[in-house]
Ligand binder design. Structure first.
Ligand code: PXP
Length: 244
């Protein structure tokens, strides 16, 4: 069952966070993306936030031109972001909730709110050939509602698990949501708060095809370099999958 290769997409937002701390030119998230790909990343993820606090518009344009794997653009469902996605045409868009005052994406998208708006955006992006994934909490109602909106993929928010890695409840929620998503014909991704230390139980869930990991990679890169940080995560994922 665990024979499918689980993809590792690296989120380069926090390379840009360091750059923006000085409004400087470096470190460059595009150069980081190139290094991550060379180290074995299967894709590159970047979140263009409405406030442009880390990734800025030029980064997305440059990533789209430079990435040789695939680009996963995380964004809120706003008219501005949809126009950018339709212009840049990333391989995948992951729709996320966004609040200006949050430090990071704090919860999944409530896909039961404004279903007509979400459905219209999903259809427009798909018509342009872009894969759409919805970032949701591992909750049965959200998984079923995602399918009803016409998406082909969902990303399960692993934040609760990451905060309580030894509790059984969040692990069970992830396993059940992943199994349900697959049974409904959806591709299942996961991410948020994953580290080398806690990635194992998530990597071991057979239905999860893709992990999106950022903060821990950039944090480790300070000490061991970004290529080694990517490789270290890959090893942890493969070890967990091989042991199931
Ligand atoms: N997936 C989504 C949808 C996210 O919003 C984020 C954070 O930007 C991540 C994954 C990566 O989370 P982290 O930086 O904690 O690894």
């Amino acid at each position: 069952m665990t024979t499918i290769h689980q993809r590792l997409y690296i989120n380069v937002d926090h390379v840009a966070t360091i750059r923006q701390a000085r409004r400087a030119a470096e470190p460059d998230p595009v150069a980081a993306a190139v290094a991550c790909e060379a180290a074995g990343a299967d894709g590159i993820t970047a979140h263009l936030r409405e406030d442009r606090r880390h990734i800025i518009d030029q980064d997305i344009d440059r990533l789209a031109r430079t990435v040789t794997t695939v680009l996963n653009l995380e964004m809120a469902n706003t008219p501005e972001m949809v126009e950018i996605a339709l212009r840049v045409r990333p391989y995948q868009v992951t729709l996320v909730p966004e609040r200006r005052e949050e430090v990071t994406t704090e919860g999944g998208l409530d896909v039961t709110r404004d279903p007509a708006g979400l459905m219209a955006t999903i259809a427009r992006l798909q018509a342009a050939g872009i894969l759409v994934s919805l970032f949701i909490d591992p909750d049965e109602r959200m998984v079923r509602a995602s399918r009803d909106l016409g998406t082909t993929a969902l990303e399960l928010h692993t934040g609760t698990y990451a905060h309580h890695p030894t509790d059984e409840m969040p692990r069970r929620a992830l396993r059940m949501a992943a199994a349900l998503g697959t049974s409904l014909g959806l591709h299942v991704h996961a991410g948020h708060g994953l580290t080398v230390a806690n990635v194992g139980p998530v990597a071991a869930i057979p239905e999860i095809e893709e992990l999106n990991i950022g903060h821990a990679i950039v944090g480790r890169a300070v000490f061991i370099g970004i290529a080694a940080a990517v490789r270290e995560m890959r090893v942890a994922m493969d070890a967990a999958r091989a042991s199931t």
